[in-house]
Ligand binder design. Structure first.
Ligand code: GLV
Length: 310
């Protein structure tokens, strides 16, 4: 009996690591990397950053996995409605995001962008060191990433708050829910971290109106998606001092055009969408866990609600 195929369509280098994990952990499945020229009827599972055009080629497909935590890059028109799509929920991606967001918040808290500018200008000038207790951090988005980031930041002594569409309760974190609560959340936030999913409701949320609701001199970290940010509004807010600095891991488009101001703005730290990455070892464990749950008829982890957009 030929084995069912698990088809992978994403970064091939990390795909080779997935293959090695599958060989050890799931010998009952045949791991194959895209493209697959024949035997489409054996494909039972697909993991992709973006699904292929012609999913109808795989009549026995049962589950579609996103290799990323975000799924806005998915064109759901390509995925028949009966197929569950699963977001990547795995500890490796969480740990990476906690590191990056902590690095960014601490850099902003300790005036790193200003000191980089001073070094460039050979200027030796100390600014008052503020305590973590006096710097209020707020995280937009209270999914697995937002919650893990808040948990780490709380340990430094930052007063922490989170905002999300629906109500949450998190120990030691002031939770705000829904559009009506957004202004109050922003008014108490000195460093804002965006970890929202990109949906029709959150596209362009980081705009002039939102910046105006933050305390003067607040700072921004965007580790969500480039589409969350209205770029010209950020540049205006940095230029008029409403915002002091921004750390951006994402941009729309990626990369920005060669002459784009994000490349050289002294108060913007730009990284090439590397805040976190799915780690093959832990990702394969999470994927296999869902496959086993699916076979046993149990509830799956990370199921995307298409209507909601994440
Ligand atoms: C990366 O951006 C991801 O969604 O995992």
């Amino acid at each position: 009996m030929p084995r069912p195929i698990f088809l992978y369509k994403a970064d091939p280098v990390r795909g080779a690591e997935w293959a090695e994990c599958f060989e050890r952990k799931a010998p009952e499945l045949e791991f194959r990397q895209w493209p697959l020229d024949a035997e489409a009827e054996r494909v039972r599972y697909l993991a992709a950053w973006e699904p292929p055009q012609d999913l109808a080629r795989f009549p026995r497909l049962e589950l579609v996995f996103s290799v990323g935590a975000g799924i806005d890059q998915f064109d759901f028109a390509r995925v028949p409605p009966h197929l569950p799509v699963l977001r990547m929920v795995e500890p490796g991606i969480v740990d990476g995001m906690v590191e990056y967001a902590t690095l960014a918040v601490l850099a902003l808290h300790r005036d790193w962008p200003a000191y980089r500018e001073q070094q460039r200008d050979r200027r030796w000038e100390a600014h008052r060191v503020r305590t973590a207790a006096s710097r209020r951090v707020g995280v937009l988005g209270l999914g697995m990433l937002g919650r893990a980031v808040l948990d780490k930041l709380r340990g430094f002594g930052f007063p922490c708050a989170g905002w999300s569409r629906s109500a949450h309760t998190i120990d030691g974190v002031d939770c705000y829910a829904g559009p009506d609560a957004l202004p109050a959340f922003l008014a108490r936030t000195d460093i804002l971290v965006c970890l929202l999913p990109l949906t029709a409701a959150t596209r362009g949320i980081l705009d002039a109106r939102l910046f105006a609701a933050l305390p003067s001199g607040a700072a921004l970290v965007n580790c969500g998606r480039g589409g969350h940010l209205v770029q010209d509004d950020l540049l205006a807010a940095l230029d008029d001092g409403r915002l002091s600095a921004a750390v951006l891991d994402v941009c729309d488009p990626e990369p920005p055009a060669p002459g784009h101001p994000f490349w050289h703005h002294p108060r913007i730290v730009l990284t090439p969408h590397i805040a976190s990455m799915t780690q093959p070892g832990t990702a394969v464990d999470a994927v296999l866990d869902n496959i086993r749950r699916h076979r046993a008829g149990l509830a799956l982890t990370g199921v995307v609600e298409r209507q909601r957009g994440y």
